[in-house]
Design a protein around this ligand. Structure first.
Ligand SMILES: [Zn+2]
Length: 306
């Protein structure tokens, strides 16, 4: 009797394991009962939203990103074709006018209030720097998990026949992001310095806040174009030398001139910090994900905080 009980338990365990495995690895390619017909059409504004939406819907919805790879959210100007893509979509998901100032101009085109246009940041807390809101909310993994929840809810309402599939996928990716967040926390907590050196435009406020890190930066913000003065540069050089800092950071898409100069002076290694404003065309075509880029940040952070 006892052994039958044991066998039954094992059988149940295998079933559960198999189910769990297929849940998280299901790429959605298998059509079931015509489920892939009549896919909803989703347009998302920026890359981080594109990736998390795609991770939820896999191939059960058509997802396209409005800002082309390589185009920064701060410089984006939409075209008439973009407007018609938004109007034609079942859903247009964007990260609010605080993150995406171009949306204000879009709403002047009388699109505001359309039921297919969804601000997925509603209810999220933003960091305020002076009189400005910091838009780079996607650099906080927990806030990205909240964004996923909000997107999931929208998708389940719009496309209820696929809601179980969406719920499973959302949980898988959200769990992955949660583990990554934990790894970042461990690296930050166990670091000697707890202070990062940035040599280019700076958009990592959410990131450093999340892990209670300090930073010293040559530039004050993402749109700070003023060349850092000699006092600032010498402050950075002194910090690196007196604390024996081995690595300095630059953000993707920014000028490496200052990083190379500081590296030449101090011997510090130059590391990239992916700011996730966008991805380049080849990365996008290769299917690089938000997780991949944050994982790369984790590996560089390990070196940068060593
Ligand atoms: Zn920015």
């Amino acid at each position: 009797m006892r052994s039958i009980g044991k066998s039954l338990l094992f059988f149940v365990f295998i079933l559960v394991s198999l189910f769990s495995f297929s849940s998280c690895s299901d790429n959605g390619r298998k059509s079931q009962n015509g489920m892939n017909n009549n896919k909803i059409k989703i347009v998302v504004s920026v890359f981080p939203l594109y990736d998390i939406t795609k991770q939820i819907v896999k191939d059960r919805a058509d997802v396209s990103v409005l800002l082309p790879p390589g185009v920064d959210v701060h410089d984006f100007e939409f075209s008439a074709k973009d407007v018609s893509n938004i109007v034609d979509a079942d859903l247009f998901l964007y990260a609010g006018d605080k993150c995406e100032p171009w949306v204000d101009r879009l709403f002047k085109n009388e699109l505001e209030g359309r039921s297919n246009i969804i601000d997925v940041t509603t209810g999220l807390d933003f960091i305020q720097i002076g009189n400005k809101v910091d838009p780079h909310i996607w650099l906080d993994l927990q806030k990205v998990r909240q964004l996923m929840c909000s997107i999931l809810e929208t998708l389940c309402n719009k496309d209820p026949k696929n809601s179980d599939f969406y719920i499973t996928n959302e949980k898988c990716y959200s769990d992955k992001l949660e583990s990554l967040d934990e790894e970042f926390k461990n690296v930050a907590d166990s670091s000697r310095l707890k202070k990062l050196v940035f040599t280019s435009r700076f958009s990592a406020n959410y990131f450093v806040n999340r892990y209670h890190l300090q930073y010293i930066s040559a530039y004050t913000s993402c749109d700070d174009n003023a060349e850092p003065d000699a006092k600032k540069i010498s402050e950075i050089l002194n910090f690196i030398k007196s604390n024996k800092v081995g690595s300095i950071f630059y953000e993707d898409g920014s000028n490496l001139k200052l990083a190379n100069l500081i590296s030449g002076e101090t011997g510090a290694k130059v590391l990239k910090f992916n700011s996730l404003h966008t991805v380049d065309k080849s990365g996008f075509e290769d299917g690089i994900t938000y997780f991949d880029l944050m994982k790369e940040n984790l590996e560089n952070l390990k070196q940068g905080l060593a």
